[in-house]
Design a protein around this ligand. Sequence first.
Ligand code: BG6
Ligand code: MG
Length: 220
Amino acid sequence: HYGGVIFDLDGVIADTARFHYEAWKKLAYELGIYFDKKTNERLKGIGRMESLDIILENSNISYTLEQKKYYAEKKNEYYKQFIQTLTPDDVLPGVKELMEILKRKGIKTAVASASKNAPTVLNKLGIASEFDYIVDASRIRKGKPDPELFLTAAINIGVEPSECIGIEDSAAGIEAIKRAGMFAVGVGDPKILKKADMVLKDLKDYGKIVDIISENITIN
Ligand code: BG6
Ligand code: MG
């Protein structure tokens, strides 16, 4: 029986994937590098430096590690400005409703985000204390699609991976959930989230996740 639900943050709990996109777009523009939504799709769920490397694939200049660190930090400064505007009203529809039902059912919850800004974002949204565990991204060695973030969450809520459901908006995140041996719920475009066990348009459809838990539906 399912005992845990592990949430991605950006693009699942709040629409912050859009801020990451805007921040990278601003940086790419300054560097004179072509950047579009298709490239951006590959950045979802991926760490800061790895994301920069993907953006720099479209550049004919090679950057030193020092320069890369500088630009990654610059993007982060833009991102931090964007998230200043977040309030509890920015929690996406369905998230709080789902959390409430999970709590009532005694299901543990965790956040498994690659973002080092996750604690700030969750505090701004006013929901940090609602989760049983928030993975510290700075202590993770391998980012998504590696399962480490999801497995770390499972261990810390004390639930077997096979009894966990992971929720993600990125292809890399869905792959991480599957490699962790969990039930994967995608939120977004089914064409992008092909490997998910179930795809919802958004979490307003949270009832379908409750059904998986109530009916103990497993897929492997
Ligand atoms: C993920 C986002 O949650 O966190 C990525 O989907 C982002 O777009 C990654 O690059 C790392 O975030 P941060 O805030 O540590 O740069
Ligand atoms: Mg995400």
